[in-house]
Design a protein around this ligand. Structure first.
Ligand SMILES: [Zn+2]
Length: 327
């Protein structure tokens, strides 16, 4: 059988049937509708197959997708809880710590400030899970922002604590003679007749009467800025001046029998610095104790605290050991 059948066409001019020559192009044109139909049919079959049956790989991907979405939702819920905890910490920070240390509270507008604009999350667009991924990203940013602000806030408070710790330790509040050793207060701050000169005279300190050789202790942390050794029977005699490094405060210890510290040395409250004597312009063994603010004396009783003998022992012991420090 011939594969290509010959075709004939009637010619009205010659009144004859003439054989039509074979054309490949015409052949293809005739074939076209069949091939289109079969392609479409094939495609429909394939789609039906895909819709009805899933490949194992597709099944796995679908399951994994579900798993990821479910866990993203759980992470989202946990971030909401974390945010609430941070909110409570912020409240405590504002109304307890910052208030206690006289710091301005941090406004919630700063604590809850959003991070960046909407463009920040644009790269997450275009997927079925975009919403949940964006939500998690936003919440994470918010939590991180709050954590950073909280951390900075604590830095400020720790700095303030260190400052206060230094301030409290430096204040010249300790009575420089042990409670057990102090006989009496011989003379107070103010105008009084001078025991030697006999005229009314401003007495710039507090006279703490105690036997010669009684230990004298620094009233607050500071630096020894001046030591005077004077056995001429005038003025302060042997004396120590300690600068406390805050608010221009310094303290002077005069008429000492011995000086047991060097100029420039750092001292702690309760540290042994010398012994009671009667050097300088003095009639009997006592410690002449002054507190000065920027070089002008004030009444030491405005600062001085007399601890009980037991407390005094503890303070002296504390001064002997390097204590716990914030810096
Ligand atoms: Zn005096």
């Amino acid at each position: 059988m011939k594969f290509f059948k010959s075709k004939y066409k009637f010619n009205p001019d010659t009144l004859q049937y003439e054989k039509i020559k074979f054309s490949f192009k015409r052949f293809l044109l005739r074939l076209l509708p069949h091939s289109i139909a079969s392609t479409v049919f094939g495609a429909i079959l394939m789609i039906l197959y895909i819709v009805i049956f899933e490949s194992p790989e597709e099944k796995f991907l679908r399951a994994e997708n579900e798993y990821l979405k479910e866990n993203l939702n759980k992470i989202n819920e946990r971030l909401v809880k974390d945010d609430k905890i941070l909110e409570e910490i912020a409240q405590r920070d504002n109304y307890i710590y910052r208030t206690t240390f006289q710091q301005d509270t941090i406004p919630s507008t700063i604590r809850n400030a959003g991070v960046g604009g909407s463009d920040r999350y644009k790269h997450l667009d275009g997927f079925e899970s975009t919403d949940i991924v964006k939500d998690v990203a936003k919440k994470l940013d918010q939590v991180e922002n709050k954590l950073n602000i909280q951390s900075l806030s604590y830095n400020v408070i720790i700095k303030e604590l260190k400052k206060r710790d230094k301030l409290y330790k430096s204040l010249p509040v300790l009575q420089p003679i042990h409670a057990n050793e102090l006989t009496r207060i011989g003379s107070f701050y103010g105008y009084r007749p001078h025991p030697i000169l006999g005229v009314v005279h401003m007495h710039h300190g507090l006279d703490l009467v105690a036997p010669t050789g009684t230990p004298v202790y620094a009233s607050g942390d500071g630096t020894v800025v001046d030591i005077e050794r004077n056995n001429t029977g005038s003025g302060y005699g042997n004396s120590i001046l300690i600068d406390h490094g805050i608010d221009g405060l310094s303290s002077r210890y005069a008429h000492l029998s011995s000086i047991d510290i060097k100029a420039g040395q750092k001292v702690k409250r309760g540290q042994f610095i010398g012994r009671v004597g009667s050097t300088g312009l003095s009639t009997a063994p006592h410690l002449h104790y002054e507190i000065l603010i920027y070089g002008a004396t004030i009444n030491p009783l405005r600062y001085m605290i007399a601890p009980t003998p037991d407390e005094y022992e503890q303070i002296i012991k504390l001064a002997e050991y390097p204590g716990v420090s914030f810096d």
